[in-house]
Design a protein around this ligand. Sequence first.
Ligand SMILES: NC(=O)c1ccc[n+]([C@@H]2O[C@H](COP(=O)([O-])OP(=O)(O)OC[C@H]3O[C@@H](n4cnc5c(N)ncnc54)[C@H](O)[C@@H]3O)[C@@H](O)[C@H]2O)c1
Length: 254
Amino acid sequence: MIAADLSGKVAVVTGGASGIGLATVERLARNGAKVAINDLGGNPRLEQEVARLRAAGHDAKAFPGDVSKPDEVIAMIEAATRHFGRLDFLVNNAATPGTKAPIPPSDFERQDEAFWTKLISINQVGPYRCLKAAAPHLRAAKGAVVNVASTSGLGYGGSSSVYASTKAALILLTKEWAHALGPDVRVNAIAPNVVDGSGWECRFDPDDLARHVAKLPLRRAGKPEDYAEVIFYLLAGAGYITGQTIVVDGGGAR
Ligand SMILES: NC(=O)c1ccc[n+]([C@@H]2O[C@H](COP(=O)([O-])OP(=O)(O)OC[C@H]3O[C@@H](n4cnc5c(N)ncnc54)[C@H](O)[C@@H]3O)[C@@H](O)[C@H]2O)c1
């Protein structure tokens, strides 16, 4: 397991109360960073996880807010930077599939205006809102950003075509934002595939998943910690990498 001394560094992780976000919070905190954990105000796990982390001796605090609400994002980033005094790392992890079961491409008419609007606002504009509010602080700290995209954004298929398009946009924006914020701030992304053990709302058919996993060179679904490890590397190391999306998919099914 890679490690770094992040004492004195401060991170904001959106959607940090569960899954990949929470594993990233844990990894950053265990390496000495102070962590502002964002998630939806109505999610009881937010305060529960913060209490658990604080009891373990970590400097973590909850900053609730919905990344689809511009005012809440500004208030959340400002409160976090005021509380901790600086901001070095932003992890744009919050997202939604907007559906409890996958919508196949053939069912394209089911993806109505409301579905498009919701997913674009949370998954695509949400990271932009957070980046915009955080940019002055990240520039001052010469910090780094990681966007959590998805292999669906690279055409592997996923919970819906709309979801995949928001992740494709995030992969493209990662390159744009690397140019926008360089040389002070590096901006990268990871593209996860199957996640074993997150709270992801969209449930795939277990037999389909098992068939998919059997075709992976590494023969297992990724755990939140597998993804957090790569996010951690892109934040704490990777000094000459920016604008890139690292595919983290166990080698890809064939
Ligand atoms: N689970 C998968 O199969 C999968 C695959 C590829 C990529 N991803 C991506 O990984 C990331 C994390 O997903 P996960 O599997 O850990 O899921 P998760 O559901 O465990 O975690 C997502 C968290 O984001 C929060 N969230 C949702 N909408 C929000 C909003 N508007 N504002 C603030 N917080 C919000 C949720 O409450 C939840 O705690 C997401 O970006 C997702 O798109 C997931």
